[in-house]
Design a protein around this ligand. Structure first.
Ligand SMILES: [Zn+2]
Length: 637
């Protein structure tokens, strides 16, 4: 089976990479751009910046103090190798295959005789091996190597990349196993890599090493730092923690690995801990976009309700990592609320990052951009994560390759099977050619223009003669959804809706999801957006951009009539709003409230957030202040 995540057991089972295909539409288009532009874009930047030559220098013995790139630049090569492996299997693209071969050859030459593989440490002119577990990212890099090898192993078999990874994993087990260094990596990732590599090879000792790393964490083995040990989740053991905290990507990679280990070792206490952390973190520390991470200083989670829209960090990688966690929890439990969050995060974080041409990316994904960015030079490396525009590449460039590997295998998130039938989870134009348990083939075609249109047609092309269950996820936001099958239309509630019967070829089931634009009110405890409202359309969060307003200043002064529902227009929605006349003053504070909203009402256009700044630099906001229907009368504005 060719899938990124294959637990040995669980409530539901994923489908393979070649059992589902996208035939166009929102995600099919993005997957094509990823294949035809992003993959080559990533390789060319890594070549240009010397991140690939770092491997050659280790092989040639010419390392020195002047190594380009951060300590984690090796991991970008591995994430690209993972993306290329999924892409090669998906499309059979010969260019992807030859890129895998040429990158693997350079990586393999840099491996030391004992299996150690890292271009930053352990060679002449470089710091010694494992001399900076807090910030050195050595094991983190190896984790990504293992994930790339899993992709290769499951799609092409035991090749050079897999052999390199096996020797690297053995080196890690010897060095950090019982009796070895009693430490953990400052950036979790080795755990999720080892766990899946162990599954893919049927080698429990790799899962066991992942378990050791997870159990060691949270006991203060890493040095304290100004950001505190919570930064790398070394403050509280995973099974005792109630909420995600510290660096968001670290917290989420660790959570994903913890689910893997919990499932493989049948450790319900560990699984329950991650489920508990998901509940609290999703209900109190997650943006409406699904984005995670409120703090720039440590790229981290804030306290409960600390969700400022303009200071939202919402790193693209944290979105990818959140999907990794939710997918594993769904496979273990069959609870489709996890796939609701996957949908939200896919449309509003993962889809937001890349430009239409797949050659520029957002790193941070704020929900409010106060000042438009400067046009980005496609030939320049962005030194900063936050710029208000998509950048071709970053000094810290973790996000583009994370988007690439996610999009290359995106269709594996569409559906699962269990003993009773098939579950359709995400809606995209595509084909499913899978097997129900007992080797019974089932073929479905999905026709839809979702999310622009809420109609999803599922046609049975072939299937078993006896009854089986086709289940469709009704998203949590989809109040009033209907299902038509066998000539009957019924209203279906959010959750998994099941149709059990014998299907004949040609049978059609039609799900109607209400994608009418709707207001979304935040919990009043999220102080930063109290008195504001957002607009969503289906799974998409919408936003207002300055480019659609009479002048940029209008965005700051905008208030919305929350009493009249948003109206659908092609490509988005409009709401009724006006620009409050706010006089500039020498001091921003006064002894009474500013009264009145002022200005004439006009239609305020909203567009999908994932498309913001595609027309050029712009200011933008998702949460819109609600016009006061009863303004105080003390003072005219
Ligand atoms: Zn990133």
């Amino acid at each position: 089976m060719t899938s990124p995540v294959l637990p040995s057991h669980g409530r539901v089972r994923p489908l393979g990479l070649t059992q589902v295909s996208l035939t166009g539409g929102f995600w099919g288009g993005r997957q094509t751009v990823n294949a035809t532009a992003t993959l080559a874009h990533c390789e060319s930047w890594m070549e240009r910046l010397g991140w690939l030559a770092n491997f050659d220098r280790v092989a040639d013995g010419s390392t020195g103090p002047d190594r380009p790139g951060w300590s984690f630049s090796d991991s970008e090569v591995y994430k690209l190798l993972e993306a290329l492996s999924w892409e090669s299997a998906r499309s059979g693209d010969p260019e992807a295959e030859s890129a895998i071969k040429r990158l693997t050859a350079r990586v393999a030459r840099a491996q030391d005789p004992d299996g150690y593989l890292n271009t930053c440490f352990g060679h002449p002119g470089r710091p010694p091996r494992y001399s900076d577990l807090e910030m050195g990212h050595e094991l983190y890099n190896t984790g990504h190597l293992l994930q790339a090898a899993v992709a290769r192993l499951r799609t092409a078999g035991d090749d050079d990349l897999v052999r390199v990874a096996r020797r690297a994993a053995d080196h890690v087990c010897r060095t950090f196993g019982p009796g070895g260094i009693d430490g953990v990596c400052g950036h979790p990732e080795i755990e999720v890599g080892l766990a899946e590599f162990g599954r893919a090879l049927g080698e429990p000792r790799y899962v066991e090493q992942a378990r050791l790393f997870i159990e060691r964490r949270g006991h203060g083995r890493l040095k304290d730092i100004p950001l505190g040990r919570a930064y790398f989740q070394d403050d509280i053991p995973v099974r005792e923690a109630d909420v995600w905290r510290g660096h968001a990507v670290r917290a989420l990679y660790l959570a994903a690995a913890s689910v893997d280990v919990a499932v493989e070792t049948r450790d319900s206490g560990l699984l329950d801990a991650v489920r508990r952390q998901w509940e609290r973190s999703v209900s109190r520390r997650t943006y409406v976009t699904g984005g995670m991470g409120s703090r720039h200083q440590d790229e981290g989670f804030g306290e409960d309700w600390e969700l400022p829209p303009d200071r939202a960090y919402c790193e693209t990688c944290a979105g990818v990592a959140s999907i990794m966690v939710s997918w594993r929890l769904y496979l273990a439990t069959g609870d489709v609320r996890y796939t609701d969050l996957i949908e939200r995060t896919l449309y509003n974080v993962v889809a937001t990052s890349p430009s239409a041409d797949g050659r520029a990316f957002f790193y941070a994904n704020p929900l409010h951009q106060r000042a438009a960015g400067r046009p980005a030079d496609p030939d320049e490396v962005s030194p900063r994560a936050e710029a208000g525009v998509r950048a071709a590449w970053f000094d810290v460039s973790c996000c583009p390759t994370n988007v690439a590997r996610t999009l290359a295998g995106l269709h594996t998130y569409l559906a699962t099977v269990d003993d009773d039938g098939l579950q359709l989870l995400q809606y995209a134009a595509g084909e499913i050619r899978a097997e129900l348990p007992g080797g019974r083939p089932v073929a479905l075609d999905v026709e839809t223009a979702y999310p622009d249109d809420g109609t999803v047609r599922v046609r049975v092309v072939a299937g078993p003669d006896e009854p089986w269950t086709l289940s469709l996820r009704v998203p949590g936001w989809a109040d009033g959804a209907t299902l038509t099958e066998g000539g009957r239309t019924t209203t279906v509630a959010p959750g998994l809706t099941r149709v059990r019967r014998a299907f004949a070829a040609g049978d059609e089931i039609v799900l109607e999801l209400p994608v009418t634009p709707r207001f979304t009110w935040p919990d009043p405890r999220i102080d930063a957006v109290r008195g504001c409202v957002a607009v969503e359309r289906g799974p998409e969060v919408l936003c207002v951009e300055s480019a659609d307003l009479p002048s940029p200043g209008v965005l700051d002064a905008l208030t919305i009539d929350a009493g009249s529902a948003p109206r659908a227009v092609p490509g988005g929605a409009v709401v009724r709003g006006r620009a409050r006349g706010v006089p500039d003053q020498a001091w921003s504070y006064r002894d009474r409230p500013l009264s009145g909203d002022g200005g004439d009402w006009f239609d305020v256009p909203l567009r999908p957030y994932h498309a913001w700044a595609r027309r050029g630099p712009s200011s933008m906001r998702i949460f819109l202040p609600i016009a006061d229907p009863h303004p105080p009368t003390q003072e005219g504005a």
